[in-house]
Design a protein around this ligand. Structure first.
Ligand SMILES: [Fe+2]
Length: 606
């Protein structure tokens, strides 16, 4: 982040009394911040300096047994990245709307770690419109996905991702609540056995009708614990955890929390019919991660889940740093705190989702494997001929070879047409994404979906002193913006800057024009950083800005002409309570904790 931890005494001599009082406050925050930073640096140093000592201490031990036991203890304790091992159960359940959200919902989940000799289980979903009546069943049609890679430091070893199951349930009724029960079973036993197994689990745990016949477990379905050799897996997981130390900042650590019950019954609601006056509401957040403050964001959405039809997460999702185990801790975190096993979550590419793999040139693997958006076509993921190791995330190359799949897509929901753009795929005229976007924009029928909403990780306009020269931002402003202005997009939601910002209706070069879109930056979902303003006085196109609060936003459409944007800050920053300005340490600007705007649909202006 941007504070430097030095002395500011020289400046203070010429300040007024008020300014001095302000500076005392500022210095208190700064001192606390710097103390925390230096403590953290010291503890990192201790850890770094401690390693040779620990190593030589261990080497000096004579008894191999003792050495092995101590090594195991030290390494397990030193490794905060411990994905939760839930024996034989479905976990990490999350939803996304299908191509037609009125009739389709995609359910994704993970099952087993996919070690080389582990057979892939078969997934299925039992569902129905009420708890007692769950008679519909769909078994997965495609083989579950997995991938393996080397962890960022080779000594951490090789990583096998768990099996990722994706189902799209179709033929649903609009605006209807469905209950669903995801299950996994033996692939060899087949669909019918899995269906019987699912009915058995449902009858045992959820069928509240007194005369329900629980039946006995079918003979030929291997119960979940028997799908694979649990003992073997346990040994592998323990060995895996022992081998893989993690030296980067801790991820969410929920490995000792309870697993989600395998018979947990969830529900979702399908989209209402597409209609120009259909009210709908979306929760919108960027740069979430799995940090302490991320919990406040997702819990707030969870506690108000019924206020939303869907949520958008606009890139920089799990902050794995290409340590693929962190996708699992991220979804463990979701299992514990989020509503996204019941509320569809629609994602977009961010720079931290690129995850160039250290053993090759693959990119966006976790992003593509672990999610399933309403894709136009299966992903085309190329290899990236760039620098080895971890990419410098603040200067991501452009463009990256990633087309279709979860990169860019669209869907209609109620009175809105939503287009998700990938700022990390090619956006230049003539590129696959650009041509698709042109066609997609022409297909939007504002008499049916009068609201046109865009999500894209990078903000085109930015009051903060960060990321002004990102190649993605330059390309988006030059190539994508004219299309969005021409087609009268209403709102452009972005993240990337870990702060909040709302602009006026603007067109190119931030010229105010009531026909132009409103740009919202909502990147303070959980990843901490204190961005300074470029200017003391907000630019004329800025309506509100703040970099001191974590949170998210709500876009609530009332009818074809009126909507409301509400910023929902959830907790104060741990860094400072004032906004700062580039190169002006003597200035601080009060925190803002409230913002919202009534949005008139400018498509209907002349
Ligand atoms: Fe970002």
């Amino acid at each position: 982040c941007i504070w430097t931890c030095g002395s500011s005494h020289n400046r203070r001599a010429s300040q007024s009394a008020q300014a001095q009082a302000d500076l005392v406050k500022e210095d208190t925050s700064r001192t606390q911040y710097c103390r925390e930073m230096s403590n953290s640096q010291r503890s990192n140093e201790r850890r770094r300096n401690g390693r040779p000592l620990v190593a030589s201490f261990l080497l000096s031990l004579a008894l191999p047994m003792m050495l092995a036991m101590m090594l195991a203890t030290v390494l397990v304790e030193a490794d905060p990245v411990l994905p939760r091992h839930c024996k034989g159960t479905v976990k990490h359940v999350h939803l996304a709307v299908g191509r037609d959200p009125t009739s389709q919902m995609t359910v994704s989940f993970t099952s087993k770690w996919a070690y080389p000799d582990v057979r892939a289980p078969l997934g299925g979903i039992l569902y129905g419109t009420s708890e007692p009546d769950m008679s519909s069943f769909v078994a997965e049609q495609e083989f579950p996905l997995t991938y393996n890679t080397t962890l960022p430091l080779e000594r951490w070893g090789h990583y096998y991702a768990p099996f990722q199951h994706h189902f799209t349930i179709s033929d649903l009724q609009p605006n209807t609540t469905y209950y669903f029960l995801p299950v996994v079973g033996s692939r060899e036993a087949g669909d019918d056995a899995l269906f019987e197994h699912a009915k058995h689990v449902h009858n045992k745990h959820h069928n509240t009708q007194g005369d329900a016949d629980e039946g006995s477990p079918p003979e030929n379905i291997t119960a979940e614990n028997q799908i694979i050799n649990e003992q073997q897996i346990n040994e592998q997981v323990e060995g895996f955890n022992r081998r893989h130390r993690m030296l980067t900042p801790p991820a969410y650590d929920g490995h000792e929390k309870d697993c989600v019950a395998p018979h947990k019954l969830r529900s979702f609601r399908t989209a209402p019919v597409t209609d120009p006056n259909m009210p709908v509401a979306f929760a919108i957040v960027g740069d979430l991660g799995q940090f302490e403050h991320s919990q406040y964001t997702v819990r707030h959405i969870r506690d108000h889940k019924d206020d939303y039809d869907a949520a958008f997460l606009i890139g920089d999702i799990a902050y794995t740093g290409a340590d693929e185990r962190k996708w699992e801790t991220f979804f463990d975190f979701f299992d514990d705190h989020s509503p996204f096993d019941q509320l569809p979550l629609m994602i977009a590419t961010g720079n931290h989702d690129i995850e160039k793999q250290p053993n090759g040139r693959e990119i966006f693997r976790g992003y593509e494997h672990r999610w399933r958006m309403p894709r136009v076509k299966p992903a085309e993921l190329g290899v990236f001929e760039g620098p080895d190791g971890r990419l410098n995330m603040d200067a991501a190359p452009y463009p990256m070879p990633y087309e279709w799949g979860n990169a860019y897509y669209s869907f209609k929901y109620g009175s809105a047409h939503i287009i998700v753009i990938s700022a990390y795929s090619n956006m230049d005229p003539g590129s696959t994404q650009y041509d698709w976007l042109v066609e997609e924009l022409h297909s939007v029928d504002r008499t049916i979906t009068p609201w046109l909403l865009i999500t894209m990780h990078v903000p085109m306009y930015n009051t903060y002193d960060l990321h002004h020269h990102d190649l993605q931002i330059v390309a988006a402003r030059e190539h994508i913006q004219p299309l969005l202005i021409e087609h009268r997009a209403n709102m452009i939601f972005s993240g990337h800057i870990h702060a909040y910002q709302r602009t006026s209706n603007i067109v190119e070069d931030a010229v105010k024009d009531p026909r132009g879109p409103v740009h919202i930056t909502i990147g303070a979902g959980g990843r901490a950083c204190s961005a300074p303003f470029v200017n003391i006085t907000a630019e004329p196109w800025i309506e509100q800005r703040d970099a001191t609060m974590y949170g998210y936003g709500k876009f609530h459409i009332y009818n074809s002409t009126d909507a409301a944007w509400v910023w929902i800050p959830t907790i104060e920053s741990d860094r400072h309570s004032f906004n700062y300005v580039k190169k002006r340490d003597d200035v601080h600007i009060p925190s803002v904790k409230d913002d919202g705007a009534w949005i008139k649909n400018q498509y209907f202006l002349n």
